[in-house]
Design a protein. Structure first.
Length: 132
């Protein structure tokens, strides 16, 4: 009996989403962006997570205008998506828009899962700095 093998269709949105996440973790933002965009092409109606990941890629590439456009797309698909809300706060903060950053961090705290302690602490820390 052989080892199990896993097969992904190269056109699978899930495959490209996973590939994008791997590249994002490796900080290979160009390849992450390509993979996430390919996933969107494979499944154009794909949920807000892909748009949030694309916004994170743009944020890391310091392309704040594109990051903001992408996160607004994610939020238009699901305005209560915690990761999208937190990412929006980060983008606004990097743009120097403390008022909108603070609003997003507070909104994140209102919808975050209590078990997400690391990101909750991050938002609280950012709010403390935004209030100083």
């Amino acid at each position: 009996i052989g080892e199990p093998t896993f097969h992904f269709k190269s056109t699978s949105a899930e495959y490209y989403c996973n590939l994008g996440n791997v590249n994002l973790a490796k900080r290979d933002f160009i390849q992450a962006e390509k993979a996430f965009l390919t996933a969107l092409t494979a499944t154009p109606q794909h949920h807000e997570s892909l748009w949030t990941n694309l916004a994170i890629v743009s944020l890391n590439m310091r392309d704040f205008g594109t990051a903001l456009t992408r996160i607004k797309t994610a939020l238009s698909k699901n305005p209560d998506h915690p990761n999208a809300i937190l990412t929006a706060g980060m983008i606004y903060e990097h743009q120097g828009d403390q008022e909108n950053a603070k609003r997003q961090f507070n909104e994140f705290l209102a919808v975050a899962n209590a078990k997400d302690t690391e990101r909750i602490q991050y938002a609280r820390t950012r709010l403390g700095e935004a209030n100083s």
